[in-house]
Design a protein around this ligand. Structure first.
Ligand SMILES: Nc1ncnc2c1ncn2[C@@H]1O[C@H](COP(=O)(O)OP(=O)(O)OP(=O)(O)O)[C@@H](O)[C@H]1O
Length: 242
């Protein structure tokens, strides 16, 4: 189970978020630009410190302001996949993959190199450098690198945002397969309903720094349940720029 309850003020933006999500499978963090999705993910990763609150993953507390717990990022055992992969350009795909694995103590490793390479279909890419990969291939390698640290949780912040529709369709089945393969929670930021329907078993909708809904994509991604705040925001945008 992921239990999160945070309060944080950054500039004029107030984040007041609380939700529970399953301890395995993909939970989508859904909402329009500026809702606070990346801030939440960065707080789980330990890159941003909430003013107050509590963040626990499957019984391990990463942050608890009342108890004075604030684990540094390297102690949180969280794998992070960013929008644009951020692979090391000077290293081969194999060395990119083994980078995090080598930094994880042997007794904490539960993910096997060959297993991940086969799961993500990247065996034929191992000798190449990132510059010689397509966008979809780069993201599959970035996912493999994060997974090979044997994380207690995987954070994915719009990992498909830089890809076109065909590349997205190529990567989604791999993410789905890996989420079914490992028993850790995956927190997946997206503002695309189709992506969420394809991948997530649970979703949390954010708007203006608050949770507006939490439940299954099937129940929440209906026009009545979620469309109105989005439609209103999107309808206002063209007026604002005209
Ligand atoms: N360091 C900061 N100081 C002040 N405000 C900030 C800071 N970082 C983020 N914000 C504000 O916090 C709000 C939430 O930002 P965040 O990046 O978490 O949203 P998001 O939902 O991930 O958006 P997007 O989908 O565009 O990435 C925004 O209004 C942003 O301008």
């Amino acid at each position: 189970m992921l239990n999160l309850q945070i309060h944080h003020t950054q500039g004029r933006f107030v984040l007041d978020v609380a939700f529970e999500a399953p301890g395995t499978g993909v939970t989508a963090l859904y909402g329009p630009s500026g809702a606070g999705k990346t801030s939440v993910v960065n707080m789980v990763a330990g890159l941003l410190r909430p003013d107050t609150g509590r963040i626990c993953v499957n019984g391990l507390c990463l942050f608890d302001s009342e108890q004075g717990i604030d684990l540094p990022p390297e102690k949180r055992r969280v794998g992070y996949v960013f929008q644009e992969g951020r692979l090391f350009p000077h290293l081969s795909v194999r060395s990119n993959l083994t980078y995090g694995m080598r930094r994880t103590p042997a007794d904490l490793r539960f993910v096997d190199f060959d297993e991940v390479v086969s799961l993500l279909g990247i065996d034929h890419l191992l000798a190449r450098r990132p510059a010689g990969l397509s966008g979809g291939e780069k993201q599959r390698v970035a996912i493999g690198r994060a997974l090979l640290t044997s994380p207690a949780m995987l954070l994915m912040d719009e990992p498909l945002a830089s890809l076109d529709a065909a590349r997205k369709a190529e990567v989604i089945p791999f993410i789905k397969k890996l989420a079914g393969h490992v028993s850790i929670p995956v927190l997946y930021v997206s503002h695309e309903p189709a992506e969420i329907r394809a991948l997530a078993t649970h979703m949390v909708a954010l708007q203006d720094g608050r949770v507006t809904a939490s439940g299954t994509p099937e129940t929440l991604l209906t026009k009545d349940a979620l469309a109105s705040p989005w439609d209103a925001a999107e309808a206002a945008f063209p007026l604002a720029v005209s």
